[in-house]
Design a protein around this ligand. Sequence first.
Ligand code: ZN
Length: 276
Amino acid sequence: MRDAPTLTQLAAFDIRLHNINPLSPLRPSAGKTHEADAIIKDVNKRGVAHLTHEQKILALKRIWANAARGTAEEAARDKLLLALPPSQAFLADRDRRARAFAKTLWSDTEVKAAISKWSRLSDADRLKALQTAINLHAKAYGLPGYKISNAELPGDTLGAFDQNTQNLRIDLAKLRRRGPGWKSSFATTLHEASHRNAYALARKFVRDQIDKSDPRYRRAQIYALQAILYVRAKSGTDRSFKIYKRQPSEVDANAFADVVIASRGATAPPTPLHRR
Ligand SMILES: [Zn+2]
């Protein structure tokens, strides 16, 4: 959440796609590697402003395929990852889906009842309401059912998407210490649910199951690249933390949670002008 970053900023995300084909569309095609290397060099010299989207993606593919951990490649990765804004078409599609889901979520009897007495609910009852939210999310986004469980998470981490099980974990004790309200628990859950959806899109991309004309196509490609090119948060003051927060999968997860939370109680039709 933009005005209360501590709610969700420390949620961990890591999509590692299993069994990636050596001919994966994430690898640069033969003959393009020299061009990619030249772009990487150029990024560290001149920045990214002059690059096209295709050039950025080509450089990221090269870094991805090398699973590069060199200083120059990491520096280029960070700059490139932060220079991939979502398209207007993607944002419009995301918000349309998010608002449709929000309508179902906030009108659910069980969710409504839980929110109305959140401060008095046990962890078990909180978890039950959050699982209901997850079930509705899975249904709205065409995902196989998945689970949320309560867990003690390291450091300041409030929630996590587990790449192996594709389930979510949430630290209810830590969230309880942050205040009696329902918002932080739902924001964290929604943030992680967005990662679950990103994972599904990344997998579709790798399997060539998403059409190029789909407004989510480019974002799915970026999510797939982020399976390896993901910047982990270290601490709130660390440089890596700032990059972590601004990388596409994190920006999108926070924005999704924002849209859904903001849609609660909204009666007026959404403004046709896009906010971001
Ligand atoms: Zn996250």
